[in-house]
Ligand binder design. Structure first.
Ligand code: GLN
Length: 451
């Protein structure tokens, strides 16, 4: 049924870069056979899923939304891919994304934009717009995203779906193409809080193949999602998460959510986190710095695209020509920015200062979580904007992640879930819930209560 749905609508939505029809049917049949034979089935047996095209999939193309990896067929599965297969999930295909996960609209994909199923002329968010659009268009009931600065939560918010950025280190990064390694985190996308929890549990947990993976039990997310409650909880509202640039309807729905939390028995506490105002600036030094290092491996020599190798040119020339052709504008912008920020003489002023800001943000969170159990905010300052509106204005585009970035810098956990439609445009608004590191279960407890 989901393959038929994809066939019917994906020409318009363009959530998928690759649909693995044969593979999905084979996986589904294998589940049927196991069931018929009375064998033990995985926890998500037979449930179809849309996988962001940033996770390697053995034998299936993985492009990261970039021309530089066009035609590359990975010889191995990412840990997330492997765990999905172990859970007997049926992987439908790979979803569209901003190139190398750099963007907030999926317009930076080298393979064309994805439409927001609520209004196809608007963006589905980014970088994981394909995964969230697939959910909103009922092309898949589950999806996987990655969140470096908001790429799971922001698309979830603007498509009226649920997305969770787990605690950094909670889900393995092995086989997840690196953008900014100290921030990147894979996580679940779904249409309900409980669905997200079931998927979270299937992919999370220690992985010896990822040196930053946390060696501790997975927080009890499913149990929390089944027992939603905020009674007696302290919920923080940060004063830095409102003001200029926030759409009136977004603020209205957010204020109503806070009222609802109060009615359900939570105590609401006002918080001041002054360093959050610097988060965007710090992020746009740290993320490009790390990406300039991570993307050095795309040199036309090891794998992926190779252009201009006619036997007369040096390796350096072929690398340069291939990168010129294979990388898009935003990727080039970030590599240049990051290389500059890391260069000797500028390191302390830029990268060094950004790391100090990062520490201040972590401390603001630590102080806040002495007073509250969770923090809530709008996920994004505005609803889905029209395709093309911010395409030539990187600064305006970067603002889409104003509320999501502090969490990545501190490494704690956050969820976005729908909290109604903005009255002025009828488009979905996202409520963000933030919890301390390794307290991911709190997101689900609160999320399930207000869903
Ligand atoms: N939009 C942010 C960026 O462009 C976040 C992307 C992400 O989380 N991958 O970097």
């Amino acid at each position: 049924a989901h393959l038929a749905r994809i066939e019917a609508v994906d020409e318009k939505v363009h959530a998928f870069l690759h649909v693995d029809r044969e593979g999905a049917l084979a996986q589904a049949r294998a589940v049927d056979a196991k069931r018929a034979a009375g064998e033990k089935l995985g926890p998500l047996a037979g449930v179809p899923l849309a996988l962001k095209d940033i996770f390697t999939t053995e034998g299936i193309p993985t492009t990261v939304g970039s021309k530089i990896l066009e035609g590359w067929i990975p010889p191995y599965d990412a840990t997330v891919t492997k765990r999905l297969k172990d859970a007997d999930v049926v992987i439908l295909g790979k979803t569209n994304m901003d190139e190398f996960a750099m963007g907030s609209s999926t317009e930076n994909s080298a393979y064309g934009p994805t439409g927001n199923p609520w209004d196809l002329t608007r963006i589905p968010g980014g970088s994981g717009g394909g995964s969230s659009a697939a959910l909103a268009a009922f092309e898949a009931p589950l999806a996987i995203g990655t969140d470096t600065g908001g790429s799971i939560r922001q698309p979830a918010a603007v498509t009226g779906t649920v997305g969770v950025k787990p605690t950094y280190g909670g889900v393995s990064r092995y086989g997840m193409v690196a953008f900014s390694s100290s921030l990147d985190q894979g996580g679940p996308c779904a249409r309900t809080v409980l669905d997200a929890a079931l998927l979270h549990e299937a992919i999370a947990g220690h992985d010896p193949l990822d040196s930053t993976s946390i060696d501790a039990p997975v927080p009890p997310v499913v149990e929390a999602a089944r027992n939603g409650s905020v009674a007696g909880m302290r919920v923080g509202v940060v004063k830095q998460f409102r003001g200029e640039g926030y759409q009136a309807g977004v603020v209205q729905r957010f204020d109503e959510s806070v009222e609802l939390l109060r009615k359900l028995g939570a105590t609401v506490v006002e918080l001041d986190c002054p360093s959050f105002d610097l988060a965007l600036s710090a992020y746009y030094l740290i993320a490009p710095s790390e990406c300039s290092s991570n993307l050095a491996r795309f040199d036309a020599m090891r794998y992926g695209l190779r252009v201009g190798d006619d036997g007369t040119r040096s390796a350096e020339e072929v690398t340069a020509i291939t990168r010129e052709e294979g990388f898009g504008d935003e990727v080039k912008r970030r590599v240049i920015l990051g290389t500059y920020a890391l260069s000797s003489g500028y390191y302390d002023a830029y990268y060094g200062s950004a790391q100090k800001v990062r520490t201040l943000i972590t401390r603001d969170f630590e102080r806040a979580f002495e007073e509250v159990d969770v923090i809530v905010s709008p996920t994004t300052p505005t609803t889905a904007f029209p395709i093309g509106e911010r395409a030539d204005d990187p600064m305006a585009m970067y603002l889409a992640d104003l509320c999501t970035i502090p969490t990545n810098l501190a490494g704690n956990a956050a969820m976005s879930l729908p909290c109604g439609l903005a009255p002025e445009d009828g488009l979905p608004v996202g409520l963000q819930i933030i919890a301390p590191a390794m307290k991911d279960d709190r997101l689900y407890k609160v999320g399930a209560a207000v869903e």
